[in-house]
Ligand binder design. Structure first.
Ligand code: ADP
Ligand code: MG
Length: 416
């Protein structure tokens, strides 16, 4: 495998990308050299930006070793093809939400796409309390259409099975199988390892609560075995680029046929975190804090509702005959989606808040006491959602619980 560098990249591109203007030196940078706001918080792949002044492209090389984590030395390199192919499938369904695809090199595990950094990485805008009015509409359309049209509600059963086999992706999935759910107590368990002792004690108490563990094992089993549609697998807010009325999704190497509710749940983890972070980070006024928190709750609500409405719309229009005229099945779909989505959101939130990898959603809080409070609130909300998820009748019940938990938490710390 040729190792791409800034030095050999121009030669590499000359034989492969004919629309670039090579009459002047290309501008080349490696992701990781810029700020986190520009370059994101990805840590696996080697990514370069190249511009000739007119065209801006991204070159992503999937090597066996990770760019940032030394322990990752034998990552599966076929993730390159899997990511490219899942992007192509999504491009066919919702072209407006996927960067342009230009080239794949099977020998060197490289693919080339449009650089969409004229848009902003969502996570770092949310940290600054930015609001995106159209986000919920776009993301629910993206998620619902890619889920429905790769599911067996739409595809011929044998085609759906071929899709599941093609995207088995065992190697990459193993990372998430454990990271987002596994909570076995052991001497090497990372829970709280790198956190301050008070917080670590608190986090362990929640993470090792037997009822919490039980729910997370149930969810892990759903994640591992319920192959309903081709999911993205890592749909967090750093993998979403946004403008006023524009959205692009990147970084799909964890793709496989998984639960319909997983991507939405995993994404809403970031919104639970933002809600808890906004409860304690500095704002110019309490009114502004309230308004921002309200925006976050509205987004959670609209993403969930929008997803279900869009999915049912595609179902009514395009599902196979055997799945038509079954309103009870659709009702069951919505209630299962509700309990799974907020289960996955809460489980991912616990892993991120109490895990060893830093969680940038809380980085805007410099005061250590307030950061501690925000993380604790996020964890308590997640515990509640995990334990109550099967009792919720609608997303409004979830929102009520989030507000109620914040009220109780804040009342308690004021009394201390
Ligand atoms: P990783 O799997 O290592 O997270 P990503 O695909 O997320 O790899 O790429 C890492 C970073 O490179 C992203 O956070 C983003 O900043 C940048 N990047 C990747 N693809 C694009 C793209 N199509 N347009 C703009 N920036 C991109
Ligand atoms: Mg990434």
């Amino acid at each position: 495998m040729l190792t791409l560098t800034k030095e050999n990249l121009t030669e590499y591109l000359k034989n492969r990308i004919d629309f670039l203007d090579y009459s002047h030196p290309l501008t080349i940078s490696a992701v990781g050299e810029g700020s986190i706001e520009e370059d994101g918080d990805g840590f696996i792949n080697f990514v370069f930006r190249v511009s000739d002044g007119t065209h801006n492209i991204i070159i992503k090389q999937c090597r066996p070793n990770s760019r940032m984590v030394e322990a990752f030395q034998s990552l599966p390199v076929d993730r390159c093809e899997l990511e490219y192919d899942t992007m192509m499938i999504r491009k066919a369904i919702v072209p407006e939400y996927v960067p342009e695809l230009y080239y794949i090199d099977h020998d060197n595990k490289v693919f080339i796409t449009e650089d969409v950094s004229y848009l902003r990485i969502m996570r770092f805008q949310l940290i600054k309390s930015a609001q995106f009015e159209n986000f919920a509409r776009h993301i629910s359309r993206y998620m619902a259409s890619t889920a429905f049209y790769t599911s067996e509600y739409y595809l011929e059963t044998s085609d759906f099975r071929d899709l599941s086999v093609r995207f088995m992706n065992d190697g990459m999935r193993q990372i998430m199988d454990n990271l987002m759910f596994l909570v076995k107590r052991s001497d090497h368990d990372p829970v709280g390892a790198e956190l301050d002792p008070d917080f670590a004690r608190f986090a362990r108490k929640v993470v090792y609560d037997e009822k919490v563990m039980l729910e997370r094992y149930k969810l892990r089993h759903i994640f591992v075995t319920k192959g309903e549609c081709l999911i993205h697998g890592d749909l967090h807010t750093s993998n979403i680029f946004l403008g006023e009325d524009d959205l692009k999704v990147i970084d799909m190497e964890y793709t496989f046929c998984g639960p319909i509710s997983y991507d939405m749940g995993y994404l809403l983890n970031n919104f639970i975190a933002q809600y808890a972070s906004a409860a304690f980070r500095p704002f110019d006024s309490e009114n502004q804090r309230k308004e921002y928190q309200q925006y976050i709750l509205q987004t959670i609500h609209d993403v969930f509702q929008g997803f279900c409405q869009e999915f049912i719309k595609y179902w009514n229009e395009d599902a196979k005959d055997i799945y038509q005229n079954l309103p009870e099945l659709q009702e069951d779909f919505v209630s299962t989606t509700l309990s799974e989505t907020f289960g996955f959101a809460a489980s991912a939130n616990l892993s991120r808040c109490a895990g060893a990898v830093s969680f940038p959603d809380f980085d805007a809080i410099e005061n250590p006491v307030q950061k501690h409070n925000a993380l604790c609130l996020s964890i308590i909300i997640s515990k509640q959602l995990l334990l109550q998820r099967e009792n919720y009748l609608s997303v409004d019940d979830v929102i009520k619980d989030i507000i109620g938990i914040e009220y109780i938490y804040k009342s308690n710390i004021t009394e201390w």
